[in-house]
Design a protein around this ligand. Structure first.
Ligand SMILES: NC(=O)c1ccc[n+]([C@@H]2O[C@H](COP(=O)([O-])OP(=O)(O)OC[C@H]3O[C@@H](n4cnc5c(N)ncnc54)[C@H](O)[C@@H]3O)[C@@H](O)[C@H]2O)c1
Length: 327
């Protein structure tokens, strides 16, 4: 049994813990850390496998009851918690983003590299779970098959349902950081430019937040991404993708359903009530990601799709192009 300690028991930390318990063989959650002890004890009672409940991420990481660590604390604590993870020497899966600004992202990425060099293996992975999502995996398969011709551009929607505390910078570093990672992964090309545009401001958003925000980003290979982002969308959690290729469009709908649009065939994506967050839509991605991570630790074989600190840094550097484009 790989014994996992989870730091942060909010939506993501609790989600990872439940997915491990229900869907990941050979692993269990033995420790929880959160500044909120009520959340910790509620989740510990639910799981029934937890032997350490603490407010201290450091105590959890040093514990002899923990073999591997998941960091699911808020973005602003990732660097601090990654430093503790390095000191513990234990394999770690850290939620995205690696840091909230470029200076910190570069510093911690260098520290992770030095640590991995000194132990001679990869120890830290990052939660870019779209790489494990059945929809994006199918997108990659269809693109690589060449069946629909050259990919030209992507039209994507990333709308959260009411996110208090989100900033305009956070729309790039917290939300769109997934897009910067996934299309670089899909098209094997780095980002060259990002420009932002501002539709009328939504009264559901705070005055100082650019919400909605539309941005156009270009990869070095020319493929262009047009995203409409909302931190405070009132029509539920909504992420969609339409990849326009020369001979057909490949789509991922709001529920993760995959559809192809050609002259001969138009498949309608699924309907129904919307979710308020991402857990349901990306459930299989999280499960696949956790299985890959546990598999990597147990086998010692690096999984090619698990994001490294370099991938996480590049995602932050790309998001920084977006932040710089905000006027
Ligand atoms: N990969 C994804 O799809 C995805 C989706 C959503 C969020 N995230 C990331 O996961 C992380 C957590 O997001 P969330 O939605 O679960 O947030 P959340 O607010 O629901 O949970 C965060 C938890 O961390 C706890 N916490 C705060 N400060 C702490 C500290 N210093 N030490 C330990 N615990 C602390 C809070 O009490 C809370 O329980 C964020 O970094 C976020 O960007 C990733």
């Amino acid at each position: 049994m790989l014994r996992i300690g989870v730091i942060g028991t909010g939506i993501m930390g609790a989600g990872h813990a439940r997915f491990i318990q229900e869907h990941v063989e050979g692993a269990e959650v033995t420790a929880l850390a959160d500044i909120d002890p009520v959340r910790v004890s509620a989740l510990a009672n639910e799981l029934g496998t937890v032997v350490l409940q603490t407010k201290s991420p450091e105590e959890l990481m040093k514990s002899a009851a923990v073999d591997a660590i998941i960091i699911a604390s808020p973005d602003s604590f990732h660097v601090e918690h990654l430093r503790l993870a390095i000191a513990s020497g234990k394999p770690t899966l850290c939620e995205k983003p690696i840091a909230t600004n470029l200076e910190d992202a570069r510093a911690i990425s260098n520290e992770i590299q030095a640590h991995e060099n000194s132990v001679g293996k990869k120890l830290i992975s990052f939660g870019f779970m779209r790489r494990f999502d059945p929809g994006y995996m199918r997108l990659r398969e269809e693109v690589e098959s060449g069946k629909y011709g050259k990919p030209l551009y992507v039209k994507a929607v990333i709308r959260n349902h009411l996110s208090p505390g989100t900033t305009s910078t956070g729309i790039f570093t917290n939300m769109a950081v997934h897009d910067f990672d996934i299309y670089r992964w899909l098209f094997k090309s780095d980002w060259e430019s990002v420009s932002s545009f501002y539709p009328p401001h939504s009264s559901s958003a705070p005055d100082d937040l650019n919400d909605p925000l539309v941005f156009v980003a270009k990869l070095k290979n020319g493929i262009t991404l047009v995203v409409d982002a909302m931190a405070n969308g009132t029509a539920g959690y909504d992420t969609r993708v339409e990849l326009v290729c020369e001979r057909g469009n490949l789509e991922i709908g709001p529920f993760g359903d995959f559809a192809v649009r050609t002259l001969e065939n138009f498949e309608v994506t699924r309907g129904g009530p919307m979710e308020i967050n991402w857990m349901k839509k990306f459930e299989q991605s999280y499960i696949n990601e956790l299985r890959a991570w546990v598999g990597e630790i147990k086998s010692g074989e690096v999984h090619p799709d698990l994001a490294t600190h370099k991938d996480a840094l590049i995602a932050n550097e790309s998001a920084a192009l977006g932040v710089a484009s905000i006027s």
